[in-house]
Design a protein around this ligand. Sequence first.
Ligand code: RIB
Length: 311
Amino acid sequence: MKQILVIGSLNMDCVIDVPVMPKAGETISGTGLALIPGGKGANQAYAVGKLGGRVGMIGAVGQDAHGEALLENLCSVGVDVSGVGVIKGVPTGQAYITVDANGENSIIILAGTNGRVDRGMIDRNLSLLEACDIVILQLEIPVDTVEYAKNLAVNMGKTVILDPAPAVAGLPDRFWQGVDYVKPNETELAILTGKEIQTREDLLAGARVMLEKGVKNVLVSLGGKGCLLVTGEREAFFAANRVKAVDTTAAGDCFTAAFGLALSQGRSVDEAIGLGQRASAIAVTRKGAQTSIPAMREVEEFCPLSGEEEN
Ligand code: RIB
């Protein structure tokens, strides 16, 4: 099995359950509160580890209780955290998440140490980059660091998967060049391309824009509607597994991780999408970020569903 390296964020998630999302100026009562390990990067590293992959992480935490708890959780599923720096005097990243009765969330992040992950940190952990086969990146650490790490990875011939969340408008084309797979959701695709995404045609057009920018393959996750794969040779929609969503937090992270893990095991792109769909379908039926990630045994037992839709 190939080795995966996740470069990205670690957050302690402060999760508040609400019946409905509060409107501007409104005060509402929450129904529950929990602290749960999260952060898009850490969620992806945790998911690869929990699903049985070989994975390491580069990132940063503060010298505080949240940082300690996050590292401990990653270690519990075998993630190599030697590339996660501990920065004195800066708090670990935090996310404040409200989850409504439909399982939808809204998230506010405070970067903390995630904002300190710089080129120097990548350079100091070059051996991890050299040793891996697949690199997974997101956008919760500085964009400059993501681009720097991506360029190094591309030059070393690694497979690069970029989950462009949270999406940043107006990134130059050079940012995308050499990326093997980019995995936006619909909202992120609209922000990245500056195009309105309403219909299937809009989705296809948006994905083609990403190809023009230099990405090799585009995977758009569509939540309960499945996902879309667009490459130079192929455009295919994949149906979703039908589940009752309890909390969608980290479902996209789980998809990205399972997809990368499947590639690391030498599986085809269609199989990797299927694994991503099944793992993330389970994740949305559970509360929290890392608390929702299934083990491979659970994914294998999960009633399958996905495959390319017949058009
Ligand atoms: O993708 C979900 C994650 O986004 C949460 O765990 C939160 O920390 C934010 O980074």
